[in-house]
Write a protein that binds this ligand. Structure first.
Ligand code: SAM
Ligand code: SF4
Length: 335
């Protein structure tokens, strides 16, 4: 039996987030600049390499795989990868295969994803107003995403909506979004925006809106009860008593989830980030490519990396303001 991955703080690593591309068909203002330079294709792990990576992690006890990006569904032939991962669901080695997407390609892929064993997906959506949607995503079109969500639900996928809370942008849609999700039986999670320093968004579309504030605003209209449920990540959940709807709050800059952190993040070039808030990473592409017949060097590199997983991240609200913004983009590590 292979020993499972346990870090120095006795946390079992059972959740891997994999960014399969740095590219995207949107240019959300808080995530990317208008003119992005993407990595040359040769830098990316091939689909076969992504398979080997994920399979090795699964062999080491990873139970949940979240595919993200950039926009994961714009990666060419991505379904080949999903189909390949199905074997791990079938064998029981993997409990969950899931995706975080902007929804633009769901109309095309939802049924195939469901056929691959995907049961739940996260769709990012910050507004239900067409004009505002085009402003915040720059290149996105709301009707296309809404058709994608329809297709996902029609295919039997459980949809959770992720909404970045932006002051002066979607504050006025708090109840519209909440009610829309409740009507469609979709859970909703709000994400606190992480300030990115170098996106050239001096026009400031949307500003930091604290989720404490957002939650207080919600409580004026509905009754919220805290749920014990923990994901091992920065999300906390409440139940709306009146409707039974579940609402999540992701505050990536808080520390209070680190003790239960069960996850690591793999970038599309094979860098493993042990912590969302730390720059420390391990290059797994090298050991992967060093031996084409055995995964032993890769496995050893993963174990070494996990033995360096830090206790917690070290950014906080004060440091995350304009004088100390995050330098690594969410599109790099997949959020
Ligand atoms: N393209 C996919 C999507 O948008 O869902 C997956 C990748 S995206 C980087 C993952 C999540 O990160 C999205 O929900 C997005 O809203 C969030 N995100 C991106 N930049 C962010 C920022 N600066 N602060 C907070 N959340 C951010
Ligand atoms: Fe693309 Fe997602 Fe970033 Fe928006 S948040 S630009 S959809 S990767």
């Amino acid at each position: 039996m292979t020993a499972p991955l346990v870090d120095p703080f006795a946390r079992a690593i059972t959740y891997l987030r994999v960014s399969v591309t740095d590219r995207c068909d949107f240019r959300c203002v808080y995530c990317m600049s208008e003119n992005m330079t993407f990595l040359p294709k040769r830098e990316l792990l091939t689909l076969e390499e992504l398979d080997r990576m994920c399979t090795t992690f699964i062999g080491l006890g990873v139970k949940k795989l979240r595919i993200t990006g950039g926009e994961p569904l714009v990666r060419r032939d991505i379904l080949t990868f999903f189909r390949a991962m199905t074997r791990h669901l079938d064998s029981g080695a993997l409990s969950e295969l899931t995706v975080t997407t902007n929804g633009s390609q769901l109309e095309k892929y939802a049924a195939d994803l469901a056929a691959c064993g995907v049961r739940r997906i996260n769709v990012s959506l910050d507004t239900l107003d067409e004009t505002k949607f085009a402003t915040i995503t720059r290149w996105g079109r709301l009707p296309q995403v809404l058709r994608g969500i329809d297709a996902a639900q029609a295919a039997g996928l459980r949809v959770k909506i992720n909404t970045v809370a932006l002051k002066g942008f979607n504050e006025d849609e708090l109840f519209t979004l909440t009610d829309w999700c409740a009507r469609r039986d979709m859970d909703l999670t709000f994400i606190e925006v992480m300030p990115m320093g170098d996106l050239g968004n001096e026009d400031r579309v949307g500003q930091y809106w604290s989720l404490k504030d957002l939650r207080a605003r919600l409580s004026e209209r509905v009754t919220l009860t805290d749920l014990d449920e923990r994901s091992g990540g920065p999300a906390r959940y409440v139940r709306v008593v009146e409707t039974g709807q579940k609402i999540g709050f992701i505050t990536p800059l808080t520390h209070n989830f680190c003790e239960s952190c069960n996850r690591v993040r793999l970038t599309c070039t094979g860098e493993l980030y042990m912590c969302l808030g730390q720059e420390d990473m391990a290059d797994l592409r090298k050991p992967l490519r060093a031996d084409l017949t055995s995964n032993a060097p890769l496995e050893a590199a993963i174990r070494t990396a996990i033995s360096h997983k830090p206790k917690g991240h070290d950014f906080d609200y004060s440091r995350a303001r304009p004088d100390g913004q995050m330098t690594r983009h969410m599109s790099h590590t997949g959020g």
